[in-house]
Design a protein around this ligand. Structure first.
Ligand code: GAP
Length: 435
């Protein structure tokens, strides 16, 4: 993990937020490559969950909503973790993360931990010029509630009939007691949530199962190592009382299994709760059958920061190989899936001090740029390859003097390190096919 965190910083994927002031716990910034990687992860989710389907519509709610939303959802009363403090070293822990309440895991003292007490995880802010209890508002701890309270607006305006879904990607905030494991547990993060509304016609569990299968396929399509991924089905005791089924998608991080996504059958709980508190009707009226009912909800909620971190960890390899002369070489390589790699093609001239090579390389790079994520670079060839391996670029294109004779370039494959001559006319097609 230390090596991955070091690469993430060195190559501009992820930085500690406000680093020059000593950082701030639980917040991170995405650097030039990290911002693209995370965007690609979100785009991959959006493409599969929204664009390629005709039964899912897009949505984007505001982060701050009426405080009653959080009353109805149960977040004000019950969205808390149990917290304990050590009276000796003053460190704070989540009670459920401690092996025992007898001994402080940091200073080792016995009998110094306080009794666990509730700590609400919602972040507060205030609205308007007066700071009093009437102005208190919350930064949303999940994006889903924005969808539930807009259910009627959306189905009426989009002319949708269950089964159909509403998807959104957006920031959520949780005042985690102990943020940690890099960007795994943070206080500001992005969620990609799909809320799929189905009629109560006996097919709800089958619908839920088809979403579990769809999400499995998504991780497989982006090459997440199957041996590090598991779909953990919650037992009736582990899931909320209103849920008929639940699955946690978990990845084997360097510190153990951690949740990436939760897929849940939520019954009619959420819409019922908002109808009860607001007094507004959020049922669905089916014009064809003239039936009025509250749809059942299937939810898929994935953390985009955790998924981005997963892609980074899953791609990371520190390899030692032996070249044909028997010399051992080492390299760090990020084997990103070509569709999410921040740079898809690196283009370089063989020598930076030969203007004709530089000009030709720049021309090739400009030609590819509208179609692929490219990067022009120049310098020592070995170093250029090493750098592109370390940022996960699947293909590198080298322009040399032979290019002037045969109109071809050398394409190097990141994973096999094999090199192939490809005609410049065929280059875009060659790369596209492989990406
Ligand atoms: N609407 C359902 C919901 O929010 P959740 O299991 O609390 O369910 C869903 O959160 C996902 O959001 C998690 O699986 C995780 O990927 C992400 N997430 C939750 N808390 C997080 C945190 N503190 N830091 C990073 N990601 C988090």
């Amino acid at each position: 993990m230390d090596e991955i965190v070091a690469v993430a910083k060195r190559r501009g994927f992820i930085f500690q937020s406000s680093e020059i002031y000593g950082g701030i716990g639980g917040f991170f910034d995405y650097g030039p490559l990290g911002a693209i990687l995370k965007r690609n992860v979100k785009d991959a989710w959006w493409r599969e969950m929204v664009e390629l389907r005709d039964d899912v519509v897009a949505f984007d709610a505001s982060i701050i909503m009426h405080p009653s939303v959080w009353k109805a959802s149960g977040h004000i009363d019950a969205f808390h973790d149990r917290m304990v403090d050590c009276r000796n070293c003053k460190h704070r822990f989540r009670a459920d993360h401690l092996p025992s309440l007898e001994q402080c895991p940091d200073c080792g003292m016995r009998g110094t931990l306080t009794e666990p007490r509730n700590f609400n995880l919602m972040m507060k802010t205030s609205i308007g010029p007066m700071e009093d209890s009437a102005s208190t508002a919350y930064l949303r701890p999940e994006t889903a509630q924005g969808i539930f309270v807009n259910f009627k607006n959306i189905y009426q305006s989009a002319r949708k009939r269950p089964p159909f879904g509403i998807a959104q990607i957006g920031k959520s905030f949780r005042n985690e007691i102990t943020p940690g494991n890099f960007t795994f547990r943070v206080r500001e993060f992005e969620q990609a949530e799909l809320e799929y509304f189905v009629p109560d016609d006996g097919n709800d569990v089958a619908q839920y199962e088809s979403w579990v299968a769809a999400r499995k396929q998504w991780y497989a399509d982006y090459g997440v190592r199957p041996e590090r991924l598991r779909f953990y089905e919650l037992s009736p005791e582990e899931r909320p009382h209103y849920a008929r089924a639940g699955t946690d998608v978990e990845y084997l991080f360097p510190w153990g299994w951690g949740e990436l996504e939760s897929i849940a059958h939520r019954g009619t709980y959420d819409l019922d709760a908002h109808m009860a508190l607001s007094g507004k009707d959020l049922t669905y009226f089916d014009e064809t059958t003239k039936a009025k009912y509250t749809p059942i909800l299937i939810e898929s909620s994935a953390g985009m920061d955790r998924t981005t971190l997963t892609m980074l960890i899953d791609a990371y390899e520190h390899e030692t190989s032996t070249d044909p002369n028997g010399k051992q070489t080492e390299r760090v390589v990020l084997r990103f899936h070509p569709r999410i790699a921040p740079v898809q093609v690196g283009v370089f001239p063989l020598a930076r001090n030969k203007p004709e090579l530089v000009e030709r390389a720049r021309t090739v790079e400009r030609g590819l740029r509208p179609h692929l994520r490219t990067q022009y670079d120049e310098g020592n060839v070995g170093q250029l390859y090493r750098r592109q391996d370390e940022i996960g670029t699947p293909f590198c294109v080298m322009i040399d003097f032979q290019t002037f004779d045969d109109g071809a370039v050398t394409v190097r494959d990141r994973d096999s390190m094999r090199q192939e001559r490809v005609g410049t006319d065929a280059l875009l097609g060659y790369l596209r096919e492989r990406i």
